[in-house]
Design a protein around this ligand. Structure first.
Ligand SMILES: Cc1cc2nc3c(=O)[nH]c(=O)nc-3n(C[C@H](O)[C@H](O)[C@H](O)COP(=O)(O)O)c2cc1C
Length: 169
């Protein structure tokens, strides 16, 4: 079956730069962290959302035992303070969903929830993951982002569902 046409991708990227919620789940543990980097694209015959999570994150720990994730990209400024909290506090220490006054909404297709609200919702199944190593072609970029060696792991998620608010797109 042909991969579904992804509407709103330009809007998604522009808003992702301001912060989005990456939600992960393993057993009964659910955590949300803010992300600002990511890729939406097409490979292996699938629509993909690629996220980058540093090894130091609690989210990284949960992803070791997860095979899906969701990304909820706010379309308004309403979630600015929640994005700040979820991007500075760790789920190791607090329940960020509660602390940031966020509401979870069940995923339509995956078992990981999304964050309820005026957002673009991406539900993804991880199909490939790879750990970055220090082999940058651009040494200035490496120095700027990885001086302490806290490299990202890249998770390539097949977008198995995508919607805006409650409407199908
Ligand atoms: C705007 C913004 C964007 C961020 N983007 C990322 C990202 O793409 N990858 C990442 O590993 N951390 C990113 N962070 C940092 C994490 O959100 C932050 O370290 C968070 O506290 C980790 O939470 P956790 O320990 O519960 O996983 C970002 C933070 C902010 C404020």
């Amino acid at each position: 079956m042909a991969a579904k046409r992804l509407e709103y991708t330009d809007t998604a990227i522009e808003n992702l730069k301001k912060g989005a919620f990456l939600t992960v789940k393993s057993g009964d543990k659910i955590n949300t962290m803010t992300i600002g980097w990511g890729f939406i694209g097409f490979a292996w015959g699938k629509n993909l959302f690629e996220i980058m999570v540093r090894k130091s994150r609690y989210t990284h720990k949960i992803l070791e035992n997860a095979d899906e994730f969701t990304v909820s990209i706010p379309l308004t400024n309403e979630f600015k303070s929640a994005l700040g909290l979820c991007g500075t506090k760790s789920g190791r220490d607090i329940d960020k969903v509660q602390a940031a006054n966020l509401e979870l909404q069940p995923g339509r297709t995956v078992s990981t929830p999304v964050i309820k609200g005026n957002m673009l919702q991406y539900e993804c199944k991880i199909i490939y993951r790879n750990e970055m190593k220090g082999d940058f072609s651009d040494s200035a970029a490496e120095k700027a982002c990885y001086e302490e060696g806290d490299y990202h792991t890249l998770y390539h998620g097949e977008i198995v569902d995508f919607y805006k608010e409650d409407q199908n797109v």
